[in-house]
Design a protein around this ligand. Structure first.
Ligand SMILES: NC(=O)c1ccc[n+]([C@@H]2O[C@H](COP(=O)([O-])OP(=O)(O)OC[C@H]3O[C@@H](n4cnc5c(N)ncnc54)[C@H](O)[C@@H]3O)[C@@H](O)[C@H]2O)c1
Length: 249
C-alpha cells in the first residue's frame, strides 16, 4: 500500500493502459480520479474500482480544453482535498487518422496536437499548485517509443511530451515535484488492435529482443515505481518499457 492517503488523477483512464494505471494506484491505497472524455467508459472503471473496495471518482474531461481541465482539477480537489500525482495518459490513439505530415488535414493536426501534446501541459498547469501545496509529488507523462521512430504527428506529439517532461522537471523540481515519462513499446490494447495492422505488428515484434507484445500490466510496475517514493531522486527521465524495441547509445 505505497499510496495510502495519496490522491492521483489518471487521464484517459476509461480503458486500456490508463485503466490499468488507475486500478493499480487504487489497489495500493490511493484515491483515484478516473478522468476521460468518454463518460460511460470512465464511469465503468471508477464503479469497478469502488466495487473492488477502492476509492475512485469519475470526472468527465476533455484534456484539450483549459476550462474542462480546470474543472477536472477542481472536482478532484473538492472530493479529496488536494492532489499528489498526475498521470497524463489521455491521447487520440485508437481511432487516429493515418495521414502524412505533408497532407494531413490542418484542422485535424491542430486538434490532435491539442489533445496529445498540449493536453498534458494543460493538466500539469491545472494541477501542480495543489501538488506543491501538499509538499510535492510526482507527474508521469505517457510517451511512446514512437517518439524515437519518425512516426509522423503521433511521434511528434510524443517527442514533445518528452520535452515537456524535461522542461517541467526543471521548473517543478524546486517545488519537490518530479516529472517523468514512460515510453511503452507495442502494447496489446483495443486501440492498438484497431490502429496497427497485424502484419506490421508481427514485423515490429520479430525485431525486438523480447519478441512479444506488451500488456498494460507490463507497464504498471514502472508507473507505480516512478510515482512512488522509491523514485524520489529520479526526475526528467523517459523510461522505455518496450521489450528492448529501442536501444539508444
Ligand atoms: N497501446 C500501445 O501500444 C501504446 C504504446 C505507446 C504509448 N501508448 C500511449 O498510451 C496511452 C493509452 O493508450 P491505449 O492503448 O490505452 O489507448 P486508448 O485509445 O485505449 O486510450 C486513450 C484514452 O484516452 C481517452 N481520451 C481520448 N481523447 C481524450 C480527451 N480529449 N480528453 C480526455 N480523454 C481522452 C480515450 O477515451 C481513451 O480512454 C496513449 O497516450 C497512447 O498514445 C500506447
Amino acid at each position: 500500500m505505497r499510496f495510502e492517503d495519496k490522491v492521483g488523477i489518471v487521464t484517459g483512464a476509461g480503458q486500456g493502459i490508463g485503466e490499468a494505471y488507475a486500478r493499480a494506484l487504487a489497489a495500493e491505497g490511493a484515491g483515484v480520479v478516473v478522468a476521460d472524455v468518454r463518460k460511460d467508459a470512465g464511469e465503468r472503471v471508477a464503479g469497478e474500482i469502488r466495487a473492488a473496495g477502492g476509492d475512485a471518482l469519475f470526472v468527465e474531461v476533455d484534456v484539450s480544453s483549459p476550462d474542462s481541465v480546470a474543472a477536472m482539477a477542481d472536482a478532484a480537489i473538492q472530493k479529496y482535498g488536494g492532489l499528489d500525482y498526475l498521470v497524463n495518459n489521455a491521447a487520440i490513439y485508437g481511432d487516429m487518422k493515418m495521414a502524412s505530415l505533408l497532407t494531413v488535414d490542418w484542422d485535424y493536426y491542430q486538434h490532435f496536437m491539442a489533445v496529445n501534446l498540449n493536453g498534458a501541459l494543460l493538466c500539469i498547469r491545472a494541477c501542480w499548485e495543489s501538488i506543491a501545496a501538499r509538499g510535492g509529488g510526482a507527474i508521469l507523462n505517457q510517451s511512446s517509443t514512437a517518439a524515437w521512430m519518425g512516426a509522423g504527428f503521433y511521434g511528434i506529439a510524443k517527442l514533445g511530451l518528452n520535452g515537456i517532461t524535461q522542461s517541467l522537471a526543471r521548473e517543478l523540481g524546486p517545488r519537490n515535484i518530479r516529472v517523468n515519462a514512460i515510453a511503452p513499446g507495442p502494447i496489446d490494447t483495443e486501440a492498438t488492435r484497431s490502429v496497427v495492422p497485424k502484419p506490421i505488428l508481427k514485423q515490429i515484434l520479430s525485431g525486438m529482443p523480447l519478441s512479444r507484445q506488451g500488456t498494460p500490466d507490463d507497464l504498471v510496475g514502472a508507473c507505480l515505481f516512478l510515482l512512488s517514493d522509491e523514485a524520489r531522486w529520479i526526475t526528467g527521465h523517459v523510461l522505455n518499457v518496450d521489450g528492448g524495441q529501442i536501444m539508444r547509445p
